[in-house]
Design a binder for this molecule. Structure first.
Ligand code: XMP
Length: 319
């Protein structure tokens, strides 16, 4: 019988049997899959689990602190946080091509994860948040950015000389099953039912070259948009919503002053499979309110636009 409790019990049993008393390392991204693996393994093997959380500096507002608060402080999971913002910024300096940025971000993740796991000389296992659709996906031929999806979270990071064995407790589960298990394991439903967030993070939501100044402005705008969606009960009526930073300047006025500042685009879509998507018909009043808040509260942004492109012909992300 499929109940989340049964799945959890049998996963715990097989993980314990599989890894015995050996140490397991997991790349924790803060996304649903790796979070559920962390919660499950923590329950199964407690302190034998060591999570490595790479803060790329391309995460959403306060996301790094939230991951640490939930797993390390609240649940007592062993988490090593690596603050790698400056390394990412250095590597991305002067790079504006989207695919090149993706490759740099993905490779750097693998590099940092390898460095950290190499220090864990007792680790014998690598846990991954692979779910059933990932198994199917990597079996089929994929082109373009689709094949890079998750590559640096789920399949990279195998340290060359450590010969870690793989443990993938979600390998047979679909996304909605993973979510149910997450809730059953006590993860907050806000995190379990969060919109998908791309592996390269804000790196592909800042058009062109990534700069800290841009990432900081984008984080603030994105946070206003998302928190207003929650407040107006619209978050779960969209499949994915986010802000995009456009590195062009536009003129505006505030009081008696002239502003010449950056532009934010808001994107919200409705979709079942993310292969095609419609732009979400959010209420005008709501969009107006979000736009006012962004322009009034964020010095550096003078204009907000709403993206009304479907997929196809556009993609969901801007890069
Ligand atoms: P697009 O932009 O291709 O996005 O319509 C479809 C879905 O995939 C996500 N996405 C990514 N996820 N790494 C990821 O992990 C990536 O490089 C990447 N590019 C797009 C996107 O957020 C959307 O959910």
């Amino acid at each position: 019988l499929w109940t989340s409790k049964n799945i959890i019990d049998s996963s715990i049993e097989s993980v314990r049997e599989q890894v015995g008393n050996e140490q397991v390392v997991l790349g924790l991204s803060g996304g649903v899959d790796s979070s559920v693996v962390a919660a499950l393994l923590h329950k199964a093997i407690g302190q034998q689990l060591i999570c490595v959380f790479v803060d790329t500096g391309l995460l959403r507002l306060n996301e790094g602190d939230q991951v640490m608060a939930m797993f390390a402080e609240h649940m007592g999971v062993n988490v090593i946080r690596v603050n790698a913002e400056q390394r990412y910024l250095d590597k991305l300096k002067g790079v504006s091509d989207p695919e090149e940025k993706r490759i740099i971000i993905g490779n750097l993740f693998v590099e940092i994860f390898d460095e950290e796991s190499a220090k864990l000389t007792n680790a014998k296992w690598l846990a991954q948040g692979t779910i059933y659709p990932d198994v199917i996906e990597s079996a089929g031929a994929k082109t373009g950015k689709a094949h890079l999806i998750k590559s640096h979270h789920n399949v990279g990071g195998l340290p060359k000389d450590m010969k870690l064995k793989l443990v993938e407790p979600l390998r047979e589960l679909f996304k909605d099953e993973v979510r149910q298990i997450g809730v059953e394991l006590g993860l907050p439903s806000d995190m379990v039912y969060r919109h998908p967030f791309p592996g390269p993070g804000l790196g592909v939501r800042i058009l062109g070259e990534v700069k800290k100044e841009y990432a900081d402005l984008l984080r603030l705008a994105d946070d206003i948009f998302i928190s207003e969606l929650y407040k107006h009960d619209l978050y779960h009526k969209t499949s994915q919503a986010f802000a995009v930073f456009l590195p062009v300047k536009s003129v505006g006025v505030t009081g008696d002053g002239r502003r010449y500042e950056y532009v934010i685009a808001l994107r919200a879509v409705e979709t079942i499979d993310f292969m095609t998507a419609r732009w979400a018909q959010l209420p005008y009043d709501f969009l107006g309110h979000v736009s006012n808040r962004i322009i009034n509260e964020i010095s550096g942004i003078s204009r907000v636009t709403y993206d009304i492109s479907g997929k196809p012909p556009a993609t969901i992300e801007w890069e």
